[in-house]
Design a protein around this ligand. Structure first.
Ligand SMILES: *Cc1c(COP(=O)(O)O)cnc(C)c1O
Length: 401
């Protein structure tokens, strides 16, 4: 079944993505428009990025206002927006300190560096190994592909960076067996995103915390995808009442303006003294202005509880589709507005069929389709999404008959 819209034949871009020929020129809320004015319902939000939807009027305004004042000064000076955003983040999370980056991978890199530096500063520089999990995704830098450890990410890019011990199963026993005198931290996504929307049980996260306490390790959560309200909590681990030492953020933070952050407790962050880390663009005034406005909106308790309710509603409707199409859907996963469908036939078939219905989705590992709509999606729009999904599934059924 090859029903992908044709790709442009001539391109000067590297072929790192198998892009669709679809091109959008405008967006509003959960809707994207191509140049002919065709409207697509966006259940992808980039990939969990446009948390408040496209062209949110308030965000357009703060970006334009900041853009007319000042774009960049470097981190040699105080950046008032950075201070403000950091305060918002620390006041509303476990963290005491923040380092700003431009992407998720950079936030995870920063987390890795902090963990190692923390033990170095205590005279334990041989404690530098990090336990990570098979099926994870942490970004595309050498450090983060080495952390995730999968062949798919690493192939052709050797040598892999040392210092990561991969646990093959989400099992606390396996984790404990991997811990050695040289272990400094455990790195995990509380909800695996790229890996196919796998929400780790609170008992597992609590178990990891217990192991960290027992062996004096740091707990690093990669919340690049699951953070910033996506799960219905500002950071997804909050629902489990487990406190990490370091958290990596990006995606939803800037609503599409590239900005990431690495959060840490004071004790851990103290090892990052002048000269130990840096970023030319990190925390620039434009990104911070947008992020302040974005998270102010998301942090409202009623906004977060609405995400949980909408997520439950969406999930219930998806279960309805599973009952109608058991030959196509194996499982409904996730929480909040970070949802996934495990497919029977190739996930890209469903994604392609949905594109024909002008509904946008994202593929994930283990044959899942990810549903990551703007957090501002309405009940009406969720119902519309279900109608389009149902039409796509019916078409697939016809096709298979
Ligand atoms: C997307 C993602 C990253 C990488 O973010 P980039 O901005 O692409 O570097 C890291 N970790 C997780 C969990 C992600 O989903």
């Amino acid at each position: 079944m090859t029903i992908r819209p044709n790709r442009p034949i001539e391109t000067s871009l590297m072929s790192t993505y198998s892009r669709s020929g679809l091109a959008f020129v405008r967006g509003k809320g959960v809707w994207l428009f191509d140049k002919k004015g065709k409207m697509f319902l966006d259940l992808a939000s980039g990939i969990a990025v446009n948390s408040l939807g496209h062209s949110h009027p308030k965000l357009v305004k703060v970006l334009a206002d900041q853009g007319s004042k000042l774009w960049h000064t470097s981190n040699l000076y105080t950046v008032p927006n950075q201070e403000k955003l950091a305060q918002l983040l620390t006041k509303n999370t476990f963290a005491d300190k923040v380092f700003f980056t431009n992407s998720g991978a950079e936030s995870v890199e920063c987390a890795i560096k902090i963990a190692r530096r923390f033990f170095f500063s205590r005279g334990q520089s041989s404690r530098n190994r990090i336990i990570s999990f098979d099926g994870s995704f942490h970004g595309r830098t050498m450090g983060t592909i080495s952390a995730a450890g999968s062949k798919k990410l690493l192939e052709g890019f050797g040598p892999k960076l040392p210092g990561f011990d991969l646990v093959k199963k989400l099992s606390l026993d396996r984790v404990e067996k991997k811990i050695s005198k040289r272990t400094c931290a455990i790195l995990v996504e509380p909800i695996l995103g790229e890996g196919g929307i796998v929400s780790l049980p609170c008992s597992f996260l609590k178990g990891l915390k217990k192991l960290c306490k027992k062996y004096k390790l740091l707990l690093i959560f990669d919340e690049v995808q699951s953070g910033i309200g996506r799960s219905g909590h500002f950071l997804s681990h909050e629902s489990c009442k487990v406190t990490p030492d370091i958290v990596a953020l990006a995606k939803g933070l800037g609503n599409g303006f590239p900005i990431g952050a690495c959060l840490a407790t004071e004790e851990v962050a103290n090892s990052m003294v002048p000269g130990t880390h840096g970023s030319t663009y990190g925390g620039n005034p434009l990104g911070c202005a947008v992020a302040i406005e974005t998270i102010k909106h998301i942090l409202k308790p009623e906004f977060l509880s609405t995400i949980r309710r909408k997520g439950d509603f969406f999930k219930e409707r998806l279960h309805g589709l599973l009952e109608m199409f058991p030959e196509q859907i194996l499982d409904v996963r996730g929480r909040g507005l970070m949802l996934g469908l495990k497919c029977v036939s190739k996930n890209v078939h469903l994604i392609d069929m949905c594109r024909r219905e002008k509904l946008l989705l994202v593929p994930g590992a283990s044959n899942t389709v990810r549903i990551l709509p703007p957090l501002t999606i309405t009940y009406k729009e969720i119902k519309e999404a279900i109608i389009r999904l149902e039409r796509a599934l019916l078409e697939m059924r016809k096709f298979n008959e």
